[in-house]
Structure formats: structure tokens, C-alpha cells
Write a protein that binds this ligand. Structure first.
Ligand code: CDP
Length: 200
């Protein structure tokens, strides 16, 4: 059985948390596609050409801490390059088509990677709420970024992601929007599961 759940949305909206919980609930595999772009971005910070980095990406590139603000910015810079995106399409589509069900989260899953996915969710929240969540995540890891820096980072990345010509961040026309600004994690996950149950 194949069944793809596409979860998109802006930076730090809670896609990862919801995706993991939904995948665990239904016994599906989960792919955080942001990590692919982060791995390419991290390689460019070490001097590799972004298109070469995307074409030669391996599992080894995914180890280490990719969830830093520097790598996030590098990821959104390489993510505007059409050839970088193209190099990552086949892997994402084959993951989506795996037997047993798959949850993919990112920016363009419902619009470009899996436009026929039976469930498309667009998870969002206000920039301030998203920045506060990311600030807590980073400060728990001991990273020194201030609230103001994290908010600026989120806003810059969202703008770059929304305004690019290749696969810009936007909800698919048939996506269900889940605004998590005033929702607990449990409530957001319950909303996502209810949407999926309605379509299975
Ligand atoms: O976790 P967070 O929401 O902060 O970011 P992420 O999902 O790890 O994605 C990092 C960056 O990769 C984004 O800002 C996008 O520029 C890019 N990305 C993308 O272009 N397409 C995707 N499907 C996933 C991520």
C-alpha cells in the first residue's frame, strides 16, 4: 500500500513535530526534506559547489548537527537553485511511493514533489510564535542566538522561500491549513490525524 501525506509550511511552524507524531501514529515512514537542503547547504559552507553537492548527496552528509541557524540560511540559499532542487526530486518521490505509507515534510511537497498526495497539510503560525519556538529549541541546545536574531532569521528565510521562482513556499490549492499559533502540540497533532483519518 502506498499512501503519501504531504506536510508543508514556513520555518519552525511545527511541521517536524507533527510529521513525526503522524508517522508514528499510522506506522508510516517519515522524510524531513529540509534535511536534504540543510545537508547541501552545509556542504557549500565547506566550499563545495551547491549543484555538485546536491548531485553527490549521500547518507553520510546527513550526520552531524544540521539544525543550526547558519546551516538553515545556507539551505535556503541553495534551495533557490533549480538544479539543486531537480537533483533531489527522484529521491523524494521514491520515498513518497514506498510501500507502507510515507509522510514528507518541507516546502513544496504538496505543490511539486507529490501533487497527487491524498492528504496535504499546510502547517503555519505567526512569525513571532515560530521564532519563540525555534529560540527555545536552539537555547536548549546551548546555541547563543538571541530572540531577535532568531526572529530575523525566520523572517529572512520565509521571504527567500516564498519569493523564489522555483517551487516557492505556498499551500497547494487543495491543502488544509493548520495554524498552530494557539494550539498545543497535542491539539495540532490531533487536527492532523483527524484530517488524515477523513481521507483514508
Ligand atoms: O525546520 P525548518 O522549518 O526551520 O527548516 P527546514 O524544513 O529544515 O528547511 C530548511 C530550508 O530548506 C528552508 O528554509 C527552505 O529554503 C529549504 N527547503 C526547501 O526549499 N524545500 C523543502 N522541501 C524543504 C526545505
Amino acid at each position: 500500500m502506498t499512501f503519501t501525506i504531504a506536510i508543508d509550511g514556513p520555518a519552525a511552524a511545527g511541521k517536524g513535530t507533527i510529521s513525526k507524531a503522524v508517522a508514528a501514529h499510522f506506522g508510516f515512514a517519515h522524510l524531513d526534506t529540509g534535511l536534504l537542503y540543510r545537508a547541501v547547504g552545509a556542504k557549500t559552507l565547506r566550499g563545495t559547489d551547491p549543484i555538485e553537492a546536491a548531485k553527490s548527496l549521500t547518507a553520510e552528509d546527513m550526520v552531524g548537527d544540521l539544525r543550526t541557524p547558519e546551516v538553515a540560511q545556507a539551505a535556503s540559499k541553495v534551495a533557490v537553485i533549480a538544479e539543486v532542487r531537480a537533483a533531489l526530486v527522484a529521491f523524494q518521490r521514491s520515498f513518497a511511493a514506498r510501500d507502507g505509507g510515507a509522510v514528507l515534510d518541507g516546502r513544496d511537497i504538496g505543490t511539486v514533489i507529490c501533487p497527487d498526495a491524498p492528504v496535504k497539510l499546510f502547517v503555519t503560525a505567526s512569525a513571532e510564535v515560530r521564532a519563540e519556538r525555534r529560540f527555545l529549541e536552539l537555547s536548549q541546545k546551548g546555541l547563543p542566538d538571541t530572540r531577535e536574531q532568531v526572529l530575523a532569521d525566520v523572517i529572512t528565510r520565509d521571504e527567500r522561500d516564498r519569493e523564489r521562482s522555483e517551487a516557492p513556499l505556498k499551500p497547494a490549492t487543495d491543502a488544509v491549513i493548520i495554524d498552530t499559533s494557539d494550539l498545543s502540540i497535542e491539539a495540532a497533532v490531533a487536527k492532523a490525524i483527524a484530517q488524515i483519518d477523513a481521507r483514508r
